[in-house]
Design a protein around this ligand. Structure first.
Ligand code: GLC
Length: 700
């Protein structure tokens, strides 16, 4: 390979032509492919379309190296599943596996073999629009979902199944700490201690690499003043050296070029040199590596062995994906629309993500023999409940709306609809047995570059709820949103509130399934809901401080003008039935550090019972607290969860192993030191992060 051909493998361009069958092809991309100056293309799909471009690379260029096509398949290709934050609310990574299984077939048959997913950015920032795209505020939950998605996309951790026609290469993103943006403003500064980086933001990525993630995408932000796209500490020292990552790092869009705007690089050549010597392997969209690479190699600014290493990483994945053997996809096998089975899977997933936030006097489920139901609000008839990063499907296959699904779920009822006008909604409520108020956020209000400074329900919606409430008629509220919201006074008055998130192509059907009890909601909040935006950051896995809140003591950590604690805590979620959980019982009172280092664990058992009158799901959550350590530890750390389905009166015992990884923490050592310290650990178990029951364990 010539230096220019090597540099070409490190270049990814975005597709600007039509991306359906028979669409146009952009000359720049074709020319680069023909000249062997192109390694990958993103935002292209369609079997005929990708084959046409692939043919140019394989048959016209000197070496015939196939192109790698990548796309953001974050929660569905044609069949949109619930947004990832909603999937995390299921506290069941199987939901993500189901999503990936459907997406693999649809994506692969459309010529794409690489998805820029899963996103695993832990965040404590509900103002940040991309909170919708990850698995919430907890590292352990993010890690569980990241691993599930990667394994479902890629198969075996050694990459041996990537060539199968139902597999995709995954991409762990965004490396790293993107969710720590100051003020929740996208792309903003991220600055934190090494221990916080390693204890909160890195664990999902380490789990992803251990699960065999084929690629990693760099983050737009700085980490400790050094942009992630040029950060040798994170990309080289941690990711490649400490973790032995042998896949490749792709930039996020023009992230290499943006090193200039960061004030880190002087010009494009400098940006390319800084990025690729820090561990970058492929440049997306901006073209500094192909424009300046040859002179950088000649000057030694880009060492040839670094160039060869990056090229080898890219080619290894192309071989593993079978691109050299089968560069083209079978146009006759192309999936062109959601199948009934895919829709059913999306509907089941959306129902499993629902969180019953409150339900007074069993306002829910609705009686199946209702004579009349009013469905009102700005999203009552919305067919765009896909959410952010919804893939090509959202442009072609509308969501099932709530009102449409209610009509189907209650065929004998008179179902009326009113939109955003409060007086019309009140009129409809007065004439109905019950009113379903569907409020929340337009999908455009979350996602990339969609931070909100005020995270209450958008203008007019609280007034609409109040108008319905003022009629005195029965009503329930359904939220369709992409982030935690500040729930106003309306929440205290509402008889029942169901968190439905942006539920995807079958969102309305899943809402109706939950409203009428075909499904008993069992989800839990993967993020804290703050009382006010001024309270942010507020999250469950916080430090105690030296003066934790005490209502009887002035000089403690609090706000003068706000009740203490969040509106709704991490892990909160109700059911149409009730459950009790026992105190967590460690099977032994102590364990030594040597035993832990040798892989021994302490089992903690928790018994849960369905004390109600209908079958339902409860998610038992296990939290630990190292009560005295050389680095102040979170008051609780999630280290186990299990969603169980129990019939009325049934009981089951859940056992959680606690080992070294659960009881230790990373220190501020930049070289990475993980330790378990002697002393007492409190162990909490229950149905949310506020679980009162606890046991104790000593490490000797
Ligand atoms: C975007 C996103 C990233 C995505 C990429 C390609 O800017 O930050 O998550 O994968 O560009 O679309």
């Amino acid at each position: 390979m010539t230096v220019q051909e090597k540099l070409g493998q490190l270049q990814q361009l975005t597709w600007t032509g039509e991306t359906g069958p028979g669409g146009g092809q952009t000359a720049e991309t074709e020319d680069a492919a023909r000249a062997g100056r192109l390694g990958s293309v993103l935002n292209i799909h369609g079997a005929a379309h990708t084959n046409a471009l692939q043919r140019i690379a394989v048959e016209d260029s000197r070496l015939g190296i196939p192109l790698l096509f990548g796309l953001d398949v974050i929660h569905g290709f044609w069949t949109t599943f619930p947004i990832p934050l909603a999937q995390a609310a299921a506290f069941d990574p199987e939901v993500s596996r189901s999503d990936a299984e459907v997406a693999n077939a649809e994506t692969r048959t459309n010529g794409v073999r690489w998805t820029f997913a899963p996103m695993m950015d832990v965040t404590h920032e509900p103002r940040w629009g991309r909170i919708a795209e990850g698995s919430g505020e907890d590292p352990y939950l993010n890690a569980a979902y990241a691993v599930a998605k990667i394994r479902a996309h890629q198969g075996a951790a050694d990459g041996s199944e990537l060539a199968h026609d139902d597999r995709l290469a995954a991409c762990a993103k965004h490396f790293v700490a993107y969710g720590g943006a100051e003020g929740g403003r996208d792309y903003n500064t991220v600055d934190m201690s090494e221990q916080r980086l390693r204890n909160h933001y890195l664990p999902p990525f380490k789990a992803a690499i251990d699960a065999g993630a084929a690629t990693v995408m760099a983050a737009f932000n700085t980490v400790g003043g050094v942009p992630a796209h040029g950060n040798a500490h994170t990309m080289q020292a941690i990711l490649k050296d400490e973790w032995d990552f042998d896949g490749f790092v792709v930039s996020d869009y023009t992230g290499v070029q943006e090193l200039i705007a960061h004030g880190f690089a002087e010009d494009g050549a400098d940006a390319a040199a800084l990025a690729f010597t820090a561990g970058m392997d492929m440049e997306m969209v901006s073209t500094n590596i192909t424009e300046h690479g040859e002179s950088l190699v000649e000057s030694g600014a880009l060492p040839l062995d670094r160039l060869d290493d990056a090229v080898a990483r890219v080619l290894r994945l192309k071989f593993a994906l079978g691109l050299f053997e089968t560069p083209y996809c079978d146009e006759s096998a192309e999936i062109t629309e959601p199948s009934p089975a895919a829709r059913a899977a999306a509907r089941a997933a959306a129902a499993r993500c629902m969180v019953l936030l409150k339900n007074e006097a069993s306002a829910l489920p609705l009686a199946p023999d209702l004579a009349s139901v009013a469905v009102v609000g700005p999203f009552a008839d919305s067919t765009d409940l896909h959410g952010t990063w919804a893939g090509p499907g959202c442009r072609r296959f509308p969501s099932v709306s709530v009102v449409e699904a209610v009509r189907e779920a209650a065929p004998s009822a008179t179902v009326t609809h009113a939109g955003t006008d409060p007086s019309q909604a009140a009129d409809a409520a007065r004439a109905a047995d019950v009113t379903v108020v569907v409020v929340g956020e337009d999908p455009a209000l979350s996602g990339e570059a969609a931070a909100r400074a005020d995270i209450a329900l958008p203008a007019g919606q609280e007034e609409l709820i109040a108008a319905v409430a003022a009629t005195g008629r029965p009503y329930v509220v359904v939220l369709v949103n992409g982030r935690p919201l500040v729930l106003g006074d309306w929440y205290d008055a509402a008889p029942a509130v169901l968190e439905a998130w942006h539920g995807g192509i079958e969102a309305g059907s899943a809402v109706a399934d939950a409203l009428f009890g075909a499904v008993n909601p069992g989800g839990k909040l993967p993020v804290t809901f703050p009382r006010a935006v001024g309270q942010i950051p507020v999250y469950y896995n916080h430090e105690s401080t030296g003066r934790p809140y005490d209502p009887d003591e002035k000089y403690t950590s609090k706000y003068l003008d706000l009740e203490d604690g969040p509106r709704l805590p991490f892990g909160h979620g109700l059911s149409y039935t009730t459950f009790t959980t026992s105190e967590p019982t460690p099977t032994r009172e102590s364990i030594t550090r040597d035993e832990l280092a040798a892989g021994a664990t302490v089992e903690v058992t928790v018994t849960v019972t369905n004390t109600g009158h209908r079958t339902g799901d409860e998610t038992v959550q296990l939290y630990v607290h190292d009560v005295a350590a050389s680095i102040a530890q979170p008051v609780r750390k999630l280290r186990g969860f299990r969603r169980v389905t129990l019939a009325p009166g049934a009981t089951t015992t859940v056992t959680f192993p606690l080992g070294e990884e659960d009881l230790g923490f990373w220190t501020n050592d930049p070289a990475g030191t993980f330790r378990v310290e002697r002393g007492r650990f409190d162990v909490y178990a229950g149905t949310s992060s506020t679980a009162p029951a606890y046991g104790t364990l000593r490490v000797l």
